[in-house]
Design a protein around this ligand. Sequence first.
Ligand SMILES: Cc1cc2nc3c(=O)[nH]c(=O)nc-3n(C[C@H](O)[C@H](O)[C@H](O)COP(=O)(O)OP(=O)(O)OC[C@H]3O[C@@H](n4cnc5c(N)ncnc54)[C@H](O)[C@@H]3O)c2cc1C
Ligand code: SF4
Ligand code: SF4
Length: 1002
Amino acid sequence: MNMPVPPKVIRAGAKRNELAERLSRDVQGEVLFDRGDRGRYSTDASIYQVDPIGVLVPRTFEDVRAAVDICGELQAPFVARGAGTSQCGQTVGQTVVLDHSKYLNRIVDFDAAAMTVTVEPGIVLDQLNAWLRPHGLWFPVDVSTSAQCTLGGMAGNNSCGSRSIVYGNMVHNVLGVDVLLADGTEGHFGQLEHMTADGSRIGQIVQRLREIAAREHDEIARTVPKVLRRVGGYNLDIFNPQSVRPYTADGHVNLAHLLVGSEGTLAITRRLTLKLSPLPEHKVLGVISFPSLYRALDTAQHIVKLGPEAVELVDRTMIDLAHDNPAFGPVIDRALTGDPRALLRVEFAGSGRDTQLRKLDQLVELMGDLGLPDTVVRMTDAADQKALWGVRKAALNIMMSMRGDGKPVSFIEDCAVPLEHLAEYASRLTDVFQKYGTSGTWYAHASVGTLHVRPILDMRTGGAELMRSIAQEASALVQEYKGAYSGEHGDGLSRSEWISWQFGPSLTKAFEEIKALFDPKGLMNPGKIVRSPKMDDTTLFRFKPSYQVLPFEPALDWSAWNVTQDPARQKVGAPGSGSDPTKGFSKAVEMCNNNGHCRKFDAGTMCPSYRVTRDERHLTRGRANTLRLALSGQMGPDAFTSEEVRESLDLCVGCKGCKRECPTGVDMAKMKVEFLYQWHKEHKMSLKDRLIASMPKWAPWAARFPSFFNARDRVPGAAWLSEKFLGFSARRSLPRWRHDTFLSQAPHDHVDDADVVLFADTFNNYLDSENARSALKVLQAAGYRVHVARADASDPARDRPLCCGRTYLSVGLVDQAREEARRVIQALRPFVARGVPIVGLEPSCLLSLRDEFLVMGLGDDAKALAHQSFLFEEFLAREHKAGRLNLPLKALPQKRALLHGHCHQKAFDAVRPVQTVLGLIPDLDVSLIESSCCGMAGSFGYDAGHFDISMKMAELSLLPAVRQAGPDDLIVADGTSCRHQIADGAGRQAEHVAHVLERALA
Ligand SMILES: Cc1cc2nc3c(=O)[nH]c(=O)nc-3n(C[C@H](O)[C@H](O)[C@H](O)COP(=O)(O)OP(=O)(O)OC[C@H]3O[C@@H](n4cnc5c(N)ncnc54)[C@H](O)[C@@H]3O)c2cc1C
Ligand code: SF4
Ligand code: SF4
């Protein structure tokens, strides 16, 4: 193998200031050159990390042009970036990063008849496909990251979807590219016959490309792998096609295809013209359970003969990890028969439902013939298919949810071998892993022989050496089976070094000539594809051998992440068995592998602040990166409690969307509590935060003198003053206090033989007391003996109502929250001991009994309480399911209910129970509003500095949906702050489900 040449060393620091100045002067876009911003753009979904010179988020193409000119003048390298989800370090480098994803994402032209669309590079695939759906068309390169990856990035990497056996890769679906070259030349690359080899800059390139291709004609035939999935190097074989699938239907040469897969090293894509396909009318799915991985892979070659659209492998590790994930567990369980070691998910699609069903029959028959009868689960329902597809799409991320320092590492991730060798290749690779004391996690696009496999390595200790040894043995296998070393994820930093190995010296030289032709000064994404560094250069690693975290004592219990790990057996040790000096906090932060799933915009909650700002800083990933860099001293000493970190967490509304939806379980809401605790050790707390936190303590006074406490919204100028001196937004009314609190009127008796305990939180006791009253009436009407929870007689603060501590947690006062939690545990202990369910109304309050109570060092009592704590609707739905609910209900005047789920309900899969119990009301049609966070998020929306962002979050989907509701429609929302936001933003009064049920009591 040729020794790779290290990339040119660029003196970034010296140029940084000048570049920042010039850019700030000459462009309209966002110039982000500070330490935190650079840190957030220093990684992608690879193992690499390099501090970039700076970042520009261009608003217009003119900005891009200006930036390229300035970089050219100052000799500064630059890289175009989309969502930054590349796995091989394609976007990592000492460059000026041009983030195209925020503004350059329009659809420029669409021709339905010709089935073509022209887009800007920053558009996200799912958004493009959502736009195309009404036209019956789609762009079929359906990569797993479709919810966040951009078309520019997909073209850059020559991405491949799961259905590539039918539709091919990006290179098969791009018709033309408008480009900007490093020297400022603009032009179009498309069909060769329409491009003149004149004296212009582009013409000269065309002419020279022809010459190189003619010279290398035989070498191309000799060295380029003849598989569909080959994405390494430049696609010089467009002149002498080697792909098993022709690049163009009629055999013409399209020069856009040379730019596809060039990883931003040759040109910046300004616009892409894409070939579209008709949406398949019908899809059916067969899920086959196999007794071994080998058997599954070996069977793929027979299945493809039935003409499936996709054949995808899921291995045992992933089945187990998916099973443990709250979002994926039930879905994967439905797809299994017996106790399989691997699954193949086989999809048939096309016109004629009967035709597709017949293919499914053939699959069942085939499995019987192959000695595996009764192993196919038929999935013909679209919702089931979509849910299982979701698991497959999240497969890699699920794998990455493995705790401990060793992680499945991507470097031989997508070798592609001819199908008949797939099982043997996997088997021999398993032996290689064993030889090096590790094991692999597998999933595959089995239909096209691309095997995603990641050996588990700890990059901090010995990972680099193991990586090279395994890569060398894997490459020898790939060569023996005449496969492709890079079958999907491209070259970047981890595979560029292997180009000369795969393509030989002659083509490697040709690639260097091509690079020099387009980019003579080597400014575009240097070190990728040609003249690359070594894949195992540890100075480029995110977790370098020198990586260390600065010790601190966390307030919450993070021991679940502080574990040892046995990579060979894929087992993790007991909580707390690791040696993390932050007792697991930094390990929890490091769970973010940068895959970018939090950049999604589809259903679900995560991440509301990103959804409105589209800033990397206000994204779960951006926050996790900021914390990681700060914790490991890479943002300077004491950075963890710095203003930079505080700012990156400022717009995190603590919705827990990431807790459920981040495939690796990054729980930023909890991390923010920990951060605020540490922050307040060093920084004074504002009066506003102190007021919010201690609300449960002063609420009794507010109930005694409500007119005084409500004066702020009555007395002219008071709201203004509260904004000026306290920071409460004058544009919002505050919640109204009242005399008739629930607990002042509810029964005081200790109901020893209670069937259920009603826990009235601060909000539903003092502010929306009617909800607690309704809940009590409904429970009693259903025949339950209800005990209303009150402080224990031995509690020193027994006259004060119980409180879950949520308001303290929201500002990081963990010690005070713990005290409140202790009071709750003490008061409820006798009921918990008897197994009595504890029922609450406010999602964020009640669910903290199941969440934060468990990480405040409160022992087994907290676990027992968590086990028995239910939201009101969860309790009723459970009783209904068990056939025990006897609730007499009549129809309401309203016939339709629109339901908005509180974020914490969504995080705990507790929205369905609301739908279930509302569904018990005769003649009521219940529809769920597909909404993210309402934007109020406890006290977040009351803050003057957060008001606008809070309203923008609400305007994303919640408020428009509420405004469209008819005047007679019910709006149901269980969260106090959600109801307030709906009232403020849409002038509608939303109701708690308890209140609705009470009105429906017969
Ligand atoms: C969990 C996970 C699953 C994945 N699954 C798949 C899969 O199924 N199939 C697959 O093929 N890949 C997959 N990938 C890899 C990656 O998501 C895809 O390659 C994706 O298309 C990259 O898009 P992006 O917007 O993130 O691009 P980026 O990572 O931002 O950029 C990719 C490359 O394109 C270049 N680029 C971006 N914009 C421009 C532009 N305007 N002009 C010129 N060059 C540009 C960049 O310089 C870079 O070299 C996966 C990654 C992850 C983390
Ligand atoms: S926070 Fe979660 S979803 Fe976002 S990039 Fe990190 S791992 Fe992926
Ligand atoms: S808690 Fe919500 S706002 Fe905060 S990072 Fe997670 S998804 Fe985003």
